[in-house]
Design a protein around this ligand. Structure first.
Ligand code: G3P
Length: 221
């Protein structure tokens, strides 16, 4: 089943009740088009969103820590207890050292939580895939938040990442950066991705329902 991950980041259009609204639209679209929907929200919204919709809620990041004396860090046990099914790691906007990716992934696996590890290139995609996350998300940083989709600007980074990841692991590949419409989504799937990781194209859209449905429909073709 293809997967659509919406990362609401720290956009004001994606916090608190706005995050719940997006999740509910995703729930309907996922059911209608047979797409797995995941929403990655602020830590403070995990409980609220997971209690208000049936889709999977992810943290946007966890830290490589165990319960104990840590202040201001994100604990896997805590986001899990709040309802998170998994977490993004190493997003371009929150990069980690390789040891921290490894340790955070180990913690997620130990807690039976899923993982999406981001990579900025096919080389990094291959490297992080060797740690067997559930998903590797390939996103060229310079295209994130922009108007030109990775599927148009750098389609080869998607096909190459799929090829490289498949050589070393069973991780699924997501692609993201600048994805704005159904055409971009259909192209991502055609290039071999298992799904997309999208933010601004959904969160900042005036009509979120129509864009979420358009993207989900494109994934179900
Ligand atoms: O996590 C998703 C992301 O970095 C892509 O952002 O705004 O280009 O869809 P955006």
């Amino acid at each position: 089943m293809h997967v659509m991950v919406v990362n609401v980041k720290a956009y004001s259009q994606g916090i608190a009740d706005e995050a719940v609204k997006i999740a509910k639209i995703m729930e309907d679209a996922g059911r209608e088009f047979g797409v797995r929907m995941i929403i990655a929200v602020q830590p403070s919204d995990i409980y609220r969103v997971s209690n208000s919709s049936k889709i999977d809620v992810f943290a946007q990041h966890i830290d490589a820590i165990s319960p104990g004396g840590h202040t201001g860090w994100v604990l896997a046990d805590a986001v899990k207890a709040a309802g998170a099914r998994g977490s993004i790691l190493n997003h371009s906007e929150h990069r980690l050292k390789i040891d921290d990716i490894y340790e955070s992934l180990r913690i997620l696996k130990e807690k039976n939580m899923e993982s999406i590890v981001c990579a900025s290139s096919h080389e990094i995609a291959k490297a992080v895939a060797s740690m067997e996350p559930d998903y590797v998300a390939v996103e060229p940083p310079e295209l994130i938040g922009g108007d030109i989709s990775v599927t148009k600007a750098k389609p080869e980074i998607i096909s190459r990442s799929v090829e490289e990841v498949q050589k070393v692991s069973n991780s699924k590949v997501l692609c993201g950066a600048g994805i704005k419409n159904g055409e971009d989504v259909a192209k991502a799937i055609e290039l071999g991705a298992d799904g997309i990781l999208v933010a601004s194209g959904v969160v900042k859209a005036l009509d979120k329902e129509s864009i979420i449905k358009e993207m989900a429909e494109a994934m179900s073709r």
